[in-house]
Design a protein around this ligand. Structure first.
Ligand SMILES: Cc1cc2nc3c(=O)[nH]c(=O)nc-3n(C[C@H](O)[C@H](O)[C@H](O)COP(=O)(O)OP(=O)(O)OC[C@H]3O[C@@H](n4cnc5c(N)ncnc54)[C@H](O)[C@@H]3O)c2cc1C
Length: 236
């Protein structure tokens, strides 16, 4: 491996074996005559679409990397199907805003929605894979599963770092899209030992913390006393 050193603009020096340059991608919309049919572009040349994938020209729809949406195969496919059915059926189905994203590094990094607490009323619940029996048995402890949680325990997003993190992301994406809460996720049995049960444990951790309130404890101890009395009476 070549001995490469990266001099960052803050003056720091980073040794590396390989440098990967991500040059980005740009839409090539010039010369197509889009302006003649009234299709508006943004400053980068991307086609501007509304939530139903319709452009500023009422009979033109667009989808994929040519629009301002995130450049992913799954986004292009979903948006193309929405655009096509809207155009053909004359309906105005909107595309969902929940977009999963995976970086296929080692370990894999998968995320949906916000990756960290995004203001008042939001919190995070993290389970490190060093506590996951599956990760321990496979010697893959570096990594974690994290939920970003809003008011009422609603799951807003999260991040999973570890082997096949993108596979576990499906459940998290469904939870975000369906506005599920940590109580909903905590109430679903997960197979053991899986990487997914870290996500489950992050939900249990959060749902359990909401039980740690004085009024909840008072209700619980009242219930315990009542049940004990009933059992005592029945056994007399
Ligand atoms: C190296 C690389 C790796 C990637 N890895 C991933 C990944 O792991 N996961 C993921 O989700 N996404 C990935 N992407 C992004 C993904 O490939 C794109 O988001 C997706 O292909 C977009 O689909 P599309 O149909 O909009 O565009 P494209 O797949 O680019 O298709 C556009 C087609 O239109 C043709 N075309 C262009 N101009 C004209 C014209 N004037 N007339 C006629 N035809 C034209 C092109 O030749 C092309 O065939 C990757 C992209 C790159 C470059």
């Amino acid at each position: 491996m070549a001995d490469v050193r990266v001099h960052a603009s803050d003056g720091s020096l980073h040794p590396a074996d390989v440098i990967l340059v991500a040059a980005g991608r740009n839409p090539r919309t010039e010369g197509l005559g889009l302006e003649k049919v009234g299709v508006d572009l943004d400053g980068h040349g991307s086609v501007i679409v509304d939530a139903a994938m319709r452009t500023s020209a009422p009979t033109v729809w667009a989808a994929g990397d040519v629009t301002q949406h995130p450049h992913f195969t799954h986004v292009a496919g979903f948006h193309a199907s929405t655009a096509a059915s809207n155009a053909v059926l004359g309906v105005r189905r909107a595309v969902p805003g929940t977009i999963p994203r995976v970086t296929y590094t080692s370990p894999e990094v998968a995320a949906v929605g916000p990756t960290t607490a995004v203001g008042r009323g939001t919190r995070i619940s993290t389970v490190r894979h060093a506590e996951s029996d599956r990760a321990i048995t496979e010697g893959q402890e570096p990594g974690f599963s994290r939920l970003v949680i809003g008011r009422g325990g609603r799951i807003l997003g999260g991040t999973i770092v570890g082997p096949r993190a993108g596979e576990s992301l499906g459940e998290l994406t469904l939870a975000v899209r369906q506005k599920l809460t940590t109580r909903d996720l905590a109430g679903v049995i997960h197979a053991y030992p899986t990487y997914n049960d870290s996500l489950w444990n992050a939900a249990i951790q959060d749902a359990g913390a909401t039980l740690d309130k004085a009024w909840v404890k008072a209700v619980m101890s009242g219930l315990v006393r009542f049940t004990r009395r009933r059992v005592d009476r029945a056994s007399r």
